[in-house]
Design a binder for this molecule. Structure first.
Ligand code: SAH
Length: 348
């Protein structure tokens, strides 16, 4: 067996893999890279199956109170058109997703300090009483009481990406936020019984391979139910607008090594992976990912939710994503799985 294959065996078989081993996998080149992707794909098939889960995303508000250096929704981006969908609009989008056969909706927005938690609790209750949908929230850092309120209203899951586990890089990118508070939010979410997702951005200016290694070890230690990994995409109206985009091979490697290390988390082929010059979501699905996220944000809001530029499917109408995803799945000999796709780690 080649040295690289035994390295893969060692990392796949360990509960606390060695930092040097992970770094060596991230440094794979040439034929090693293909062996890395193949191993991640084998582990994905064995643990998660061949079905590709669909999570409908509804980007219900572009309002944001934070100033993340990379994000187009940052509050300093004053030209951005801000919107918040009303309850009826959100429910219509969720019903449209439900009628496509989808059983999970992700409600995402900027981190809006003026968002009324009781209003969102009512929206969650309306979705839960009118549909069979699992509800996932992705609305940023909130006090424990608010997370508890939403959980009580029926929210099942929460996504809060750590973005980077390097505390000094985190501080530089998030001038008005606190790394420890984000960790604390993730702890509280798990304690409240949310299926919890985190994740990272790959290719952030100043980020090193050691940082990416620490991100993967963090995902392993926290045993997240879901892990989203995507490239940094430079937004011209942010302080990082002149930086280069993240490298797709680096993203695919982090994805593959994460699948090998944390074998049982749900991992999307993110929209960001699909929004570089080419769409790389098929490559992500062949390197460990098992989830796609069709966009059900209606126009004109969809175009206003500009986290990064050239976002995939920006001008399409809601519902167009699902047939496209069916085609993507069959192109790689897989199929779409229309189940809720709960965490493998919990009994629901
Ligand atoms: N406000 C919410 C999530 C909304 S943004 C929160 O705080 O959790 C959703 C995700 O988009 C972020 O977690 C971040 O990882 C990603 N993102 C934002 N700007 C990006 C950029 N320029 N390139 C790549 N990913 C970006």
């Amino acid at each position: 067996m080649s040295k690289f294959e035994s390295l893969l065996d060692r990392v796949a078989g360990s509960d606390a893999p060695d930092m040097a081993d992970i770094l060596a996998l991230l440094n794979a080149s040439g034929a090693q890279t293909q062996a890395l992707y193949r191993r991640a794909d084998d582990i994905r098939r064995a643990r998660m199956g061949d079905g590709i889960l669909l999570r409908a995303i509804v980007e219900f508000s572009s309002r944001c109170s934070r100033d993340c250096a990379y994000c187009g929704l940052r509050k300093a981006h004053r030209q951005l058109k801000r919107y918040r969908m009303n309850t009826a609009e959100i429910l219509a989008s969720v019903l449209e997703a439900a009628s496509s056969g989808i059983k999970t909706v992700v409600l995402q927005s900027g981190e809006d300090d003026t968002l009324d938690p009781f209003w969102l609790a009512d929206v969650i209750r309306a979705i839960k009483s009118g549909t069979q949908m699992a509800v996932t929230l992705s609305v940023g850092e909130k006090p424990q009481e608010v997370y508890a309120l939403w959980r009580g209203a029926g929210a099942d899951r929460y996504l809060l990406k750590i973005e980077t586990t390097n505390p000094s890089l985190y501080r530089r990118l998030h001038p008005d936020m606190d790394f420890d508070r984000r960790l604390e939010c993730l702890r509280v979410l798990r304690e409240l019984g949310y299926q919890t997702g985190s994740g990272s951005i790959v290719g952030l200016p100043g980020q090193t391979a050691e940082d990416l290694t620490q991100d993967i070890l963090f995902f392993k230690r926290c045993d997240f139910d879901m892990i989203g990994i995507g490239p940094f995409i430079a937004h011209p109206d942010t302080p990082l607008g002149l930086e280069g985009d993240g490298d797709i091979q680096a993203v695919l490697k982090v994805l593959a090594v994460t699948r090998i290390v944390v074998n049982n988390a749900h991992m999307p082929a993110t929209t960001a992976v699909g929004s570089l010059e080419e769409d790389h979501r098929l490559a992500a699905l062949k390197s460990g990912a098992n989830v796609l996220m069709p966009n059900f944000t209606p126009q004109p809001y969809r175009q206003a939710y500009e986290i990064y530029p050239h976002k995939r499917c920006l001008t399409e109408t809601s519902g167009a994503c699902v047939p496209c995803m069916e085609t993507m799945a069959s192109a790689i000999g897989r199929c779409v799985n229309y189940s809720r796709g709960d965490s493998l780690k919990i009994k629901v």
